[in-house]
Every structure is written in structure tokens, then in C-alpha cells.
Design a protein around this ligand. Structure first.
Ligand SMILES: Nc1ncnc2c1ncn2[C@@H]1O[C@H](COP(=O)(O)OP(=O)(O)OP(=O)(O)O)[C@@H](O)[C@H]1O
Length: 282
């Protein structure tokens, strides 16, 4: 669905932002693109969506070179949720969406009110100006904009940003439903929980280069220190011991009255990211 080979990009002569990155995204996959601020995530997404022109290397979307596919059909096949919602503040959410959908053929247009309902948008605000909306409400309108034409490929830049925990769960469920329909999702995020729960594979990008591409599960397993944490009671006191996973086959040999819990000391995806890049995500 997406093939990127030796992608380079510079803003002006002196500042090279992307240093020859390679990755592919399969049809129906949720692919996470993760990196700290300024690492080149938005630049890459802007190139893939045809907003930024003048890259080096090869970018193929839907099996075609992107520089030869900037046409109406290309834009009809993609849906984009931008990091900063581009909405007309004086218009209502409904009017914004009616305006954006008017650029698409009638047979592709979905029922906007049904999509807003799926996104649990507060009905009484639907005709009020966007300027009166909370961050979460704007994010719902932006997501509706990305979904309302049933795109084959969805670009989501920080989809759960500004949402409360229930809103984030709702958005994750909707992204999962899109995958079940066969939609491919390119997810740009800082949010490690979103990446871990949703993505089939993730790429870590740092300073315009890709550090690694793999499944979240493989990344965590390969970077696991194979340790087991045992919580136990001894003489009415709660204690904790960390042992090597292989030692568990010999049984629990240290003194204890009762075992409270045994669990593996798995690194989080953020721990793995720091191991690869030496940096956190913000
Ligand atoms: N319009 C621009 N002109 C010049 N430099 C830019 C421009 N946009 C981005 N950059 C620079 O390119 C680099 C990559 O920026 P980009 O926005 O792609 O990073 P990002 O990973 O999306 O960051 P964030 O997580 O903050 O959104 C940064 O050093 C940034 O300052």
C-alpha cells in the first residue's frame, strides 16, 4: 500500500530533515510512525499525502509513484486527520464537514450525522460554531472529516490528542473497526499506549532516520531482560524479589510464607524506544 525507499527531504539548502528512510506498509495494516518532537514524522506524512513536494528517493502509494499520482483519484482514496485541526472556526462542525465533503463524488459521501454519532459528538453542538468547541469536540470533527469518504488509506496524526480516557478508547475502537473493514492506517503518534494497543508494526524515527521497524511484541520481547518479579509475604511483611526467568524452573527457593503474585518484567514500548534512541518521546 505504501512503499518508501531512500526518502530524503530538506527545508531549504542547509537543513536536511529526512536522511534516506525506507519502510513499507501492507494493505490492511495499522502502521505506527513514532518519534520525538522534530524527528520528521509530520514531514514524512506531508510527503505521503502530497502536501509537501520536492522529496528525494521513491514514494509509492497504491502501487504508483506518488509524483505521478497527485490527482483527484489519489485524494479520493485517502483520509487525513491533521495534528492541528484545520477547521473554519466561525462555521459549525456540520457546515465544515458539508463543505469538505462537497469536493467528493456523491456516491463516495457518507452520512455525516451518522459518523458524528459514531464519534459520540454532542448533538446540541452540531450547529454551533467550532469556536465554541472543546479540544475533544474539534478532534471528533477532524476524525469525521477523515472518515466521511470511506478512504482506503487513513493518515492519522496524533488521533487521541486532546481526548479524555473514554474518548481515547472510543477512537481506538473506531480505528480497529476501520482495520476490520480493510482500511490501511498510517498512525503518527507520541502516544505509546495507542501504538502498543493498535499497531501491527511500528517504526521508530529519530533525527530523520529510521532506527528500527518491527511489531510491538517483538520489540518488547527482544529487549526484555528475561526477569521475573515475585511478590510474597514473609512474617506478615510484603516483600519483592527479582529473579532470572530461567531460575523459576528450580522452584521458589528463598524463604516465603505466601506468594502474592509472579509476573514478568516486560519493558514497555517506551522503554524500548529509549533503548534504541537514547531519548524519550517528548
Ligand atoms: N516549514 C518548515 N520549515 C523549516 N523547517 C521545518 C518546517 N517544518 C518542520 N521543520 C523542521 O523539520 C524537522 C522535522 O519536523 P517535523 O515537523 O517533521 O517533526 P515531527 O517529528 O512531526 O515533530 P512533532 O512531534 O513536534 O510534530 C524539525 O527540525 C523542524 O524544525
Amino acid at each position: 500500500m505504501i512503499e518508501v525507499k531512500d526518502l530524503t527531504f530538506s527545508y531549504g539548502k542547509s537543513k536536511q530533515t529526512l536522511h534516506g528512510i525506507d519502510f513499507t506498509v501492507e494493505k490492511g495494516e495499522i502502521f505506527g510512525f513514532l518519534g520525538p518532537n522534530g524527528s520528521g514524522k509530520s514531514t514524512t506524512q506531508k510527503i505521503l499525502t502530497g502536501i509537501l513536494k520536492g522529496h528525494g528517493g521513491d514514494v509509492g502509494l497504491f502501487g504508483k509513484d506518488i509524483t505521478k499520482s497527485y490527482n483527484q483519484e489519489f485524494y479520493q482514496n485517502i483520509g487525513v486527520l491533521f495534528e492541528y485541526p484545520y477547521l473554519y472556526a466561525n462555521l459549525s462542525g456540520l457546515d465544515n464537514l458539508n463543505y469538505f465533503i462537497s469536493f467528493y463524488p456523491k456516491e463516495q459521501r457518507q452520512d455525516i450525522e451518522v459518523i458524528l454519532e459514531r464519534l459520540e459528538f454532542k448533538k446540541d453542538y452540531i450547529k454551533k460554531p467550532v469556536s465554541s468547541y472543546s479540544k475533544g469536540m474539534r478532534q471528533r470533527v477532524s476524525m469525521a472529516r477523515a472518515l466521511m469518504t470511506s478512504p482506503k488509506l487513513l493518515f492519522l496524526d496524533e488521533p487521541t490528542s486532546g481526548l479524555d480516557p473514554a474518548g481515547a478508547v472510543l477512537f481506538r475502537n473506531i480505528i480497529e473497526e476501520e482495520r476490520k473493514k480493510g482500511t490501511t492506517v498510517f498512525l503518527t503518534t507520541h502516544n505509546m499506549l495507542d501504538a502498543d494497543l493498535l499497531c501491527d508494526r511500528v517504526a521508530f524515527i529519530v533525527n530523520g532516520s529510521i532506527a528500527v521497524v518491527d511489531t510491538p511484541k517483538n520489540l518488547k520481547e527482544e529487549n526484555s531482560n528475561q526477569k521475573i518479579v515475585i511478590d510474597y509475604m514473609l512474617k506478615d511483611k510484603r516483600e519483592k524479589k527479582i529473579i532470572k526467568a530461567c531460575e523459576l524452573t528450580q522452584g521458589i527457593l528463598f524463604p516465603h510464607d505466601e506468594i502474592v503474585s509472579i509476573h514478568s518484567q516486560e519493558p514497555s514500548l517506551e522503554d524500548v524506544f529509549i533503548q534504541y534512541t537514547g531519548r524519550g518521546l517528548s
